[in-house]
Design a protein around this ligand. Sequence first.
Ligand code: FNR
Length: 182
Amino acid sequence: MSQFQIAVIVGSLRKDSFNRQLATALARLGPADFQFTQLRIDDLPLYNQDDDGQQAPSVLRLKGEVKAAQGLLFVTPEYNRSVPGVLKNAIDNASRPYGQNAWAGKPAGVIGTSIGAAGTAMAQQHLRNILAYLDVPAMGQPEAFVHANEGLFDAGGNIGEGSKKFLQGWMDHYVAWVKKHA
Ligand code: FNR
């Protein structure tokens, strides 16, 4: 079994999501002792504080997966200059009830890709704000605002040549960050 289990949260539910492809390709840049698992967030209820005493099975599953991980990897698009609602909903669900925040203390990486020139910069900044409140140590550097251009992925779904060196460097820093905090 891998020594480091990484819970990957993708902020897009779209079938052909560039961010899901990025999450998959990034995982291939990780070392052998890191296992990346994309968590399901499309079956979570809309967060409702009335449910705190009796959270849905899907919420309890997500919380269990997050708690069992040694690190988090958020790969998200930018929607209207912020994080998609589905991502915020997942974060909110697993942060409650008060005092039982599943995210706390888990080292995280934040990355995303967008067809827009700003490459998810504002969504990532908003996400960092949320993670700070939830006591998640998020890697500050290097930042990665990935432009979803034609060569981002090769035919096999790997990171294309143009971005490989940069994203391998990003992954190497992320691995060191997780090891330092896990
Ligand atoms: C977008 N898109 C977008 N892009 C961006 O760079 N900044 C933004 O604020 C937005 N806003 C936005 C809102 C909504 C509701 C949608 C559907 C899209 C475009 C976005 O980058 C593009 O659709 C990506 O392909 C979304 O990521 P996935 O689904 O491919 O991972």
